[in-house]
Design a protein around this ligand. Structure first.
Ligand SMILES: [Zn+2]
Length: 295
């Protein structure tokens, strides 16, 4: 008994010091699926994503910022703060409608990409995006590799997989434009929407396989989330179907099969990535790292 107590103390004490940041996380891969409402995940045929949940940690009650629209939420996810701070407030904001409360030396509100570039200039980063509205949200000079995959999610996933295999970036963000397109055309909670989620899952699977093929799985953390959900053929409103987004995290030192209990807001994603990569965050950020997800 004493030995067991001793072991418990030892194991809880030693990693506690390291728990400040999980050591040896060398790569973070963020996959954002446009318009993927958390409501849809339990009933969706998504074996790849569900495998990551089983082996990782997740929340189905993570939240977007308001409005539950695209650019305002991609900005918040990457910039570690909400719209009144970074200033991007619309579905298609290309410039801040409210002057940004802070500016990086690259000219925009600090994003996780600009933090990485400033603090680790040699680190390779990759931005692969299906929706062109992502482009103005991340400074050109803050990314190493940048591929506009014009509205083609298969090309986007294949390109991301090839880049991960060949370049092993420290930070990769892949923006997939579905299931948002089907949500707008046919509607949320429709058979077509769930059908599209199967394809989204296959694309996620390709990217995860590339991380394994690159031989970096042991030192990587993968996050899968969305900008917003949807209701009927739209989004932007305040219903939980629109506001609640999936937040799945998998990889080095991540809890296994753990449902996360604390609230997660989309700007916590940038804060979590910065924390994992040991980047100092600016005072203007409001996100908190999701430490609960880690062992
Ligand atoms: Zn969107």
């Amino acid at each position: 008994m004493r030995k067991i107590i001793g072991m418990v103390l030892m194991t809880s004490w030693l990693p506690f010091a390291a728990m400040a940041q999980p050591s040896k996380v060398k790569h973070v891969i963020l996959i954002g699926c446009d318009g993927f409402g958390a409501y849809a995940l339990p009933g969706a045929e998504m074996p790849q994503l569900k495998k990551l949940m089983q082996g990782g940690a997740w929340s189905l009650t993570a939240r977007s910022v308001l409005p539950s629209s695209s650019a305002v939420n991609w900005a918040s996810m990457l910039m570690g703060a909400g719209p009144t701070v970074h200033g991007y407030t619309e579905w298609n904001s290309a410039v801040p409608e409210i002057p940004s409360a802070d500016t990086s030396r690259f000219g925009l509100f600090p994003s996780v990409f600009s933090l990485l570039k400033e603090q680790r200039p040699e680190a390779v980063s990759a931005l692969i995006y299906s929706w062109q509205g992502i482009n103005p949200l991340v400074e050109e000079a803050a990314t190493t590799i940048r591929v506009p995959a014009k509205d083609n999610d298969d090309f986007c996933a294949d390109t991301a997989a090839a880049i991960i295999r060949a370049q092993k970036p420290v930070l990769t963000f892949v923006h997939l434009d579905q299931p948002d397109g089907v949500g707008h055309k046919v509607g949320h909670r429709t058979p077509e929407y769930y059908q599209e989620l199967k394809k989204v899952d296959a694309r996620i699977g390709k990217i995860v396989k590339a991380v394994e093929d690159a031989g970096i799985a042991e030192e990587s953390v993968i996050i899968i989330t969305a900008d917003h959900g949807g209701k009927g053929k739209g989004h932007g409103g305040k219903s939980l179907d629109e506001v609640q987004i999936p937040w799945v995290i998998y990889g080095r030192r991540v809890q296994k099969g753990q449902a996360l209990k604390h609230p997660i807001i989309t700007y916590d994603t940038a804060a979590t990535i910065a924390w994992l990569l040991k980047l100092k965050t600016p005072e203007s950020w409001r996100g908190l790292p999701v430490k609960e997800a880690f062992r």
